[in-house]
Design a protein around this ligand. Sequence first.
Ligand code: VGL
Ligand code: ZN
Length: 202
Amino acid sequence: MRASNEGLIVIDVQNDFCPGGALAVAGGDEIIPRINALMDGFAVKVLTQDWHPADHSSFAANHPGAAPFSLTQMPYGPQVLWPVHCVEGTDGAAFHKALRTNPADLVIRKGFRAAIDSYSAFFENDHKTPTGLEGYLRSRGVTDLTFTGLATDFCVAYSAIDAARLGFAVTVLEGACRAIDLNGSLAAALNDMRAAGVRLEA
Ligand code: VGL
Ligand code: ZN
């Protein structure tokens, strides 16, 4: 058991990001046994859930003529347009059935506002609108965070970088994550995480 200031964050281990899902990440389900085994060792355990309304602006289907995985400009900056995924209340948005969810202290949802995406568990994609997770962790005395989940190069990286900027000591367990890897996004995310002071472990 680790010290009481250590938290485990499990990012988006949901059906749509696992094989057979709408935005499947290769090998996304392979990480689940390791995550399950890690949980009991941490004092504070948080699961995140990507949770979008059907009219979400990150869905290519809501931009006539736009192809999935193309880029668009939003008021808050560039945004990848994704296949429809993790629509609130659907089976695709549910946690993978192999993930242990009972040990979690907190489940935090993100991306629930139609006009803005939220890759990070801390801030929406405007890098300003908070999700409330920082306050939760601080009020529970957490200073050190270990990240696992999906996808390495989007929601895990954005969350880990925000956490490091907020002053948490951050480790990403690469082997307990899987990447989308869109046009070099994995290499870029690994560089950005290192530059932000995130420790990458196997
Ligand atoms: C994610 C793309 C869109 C993720 C979520 O969990 O990494 N990626 N929504
Ligand atoms: Zn999403």
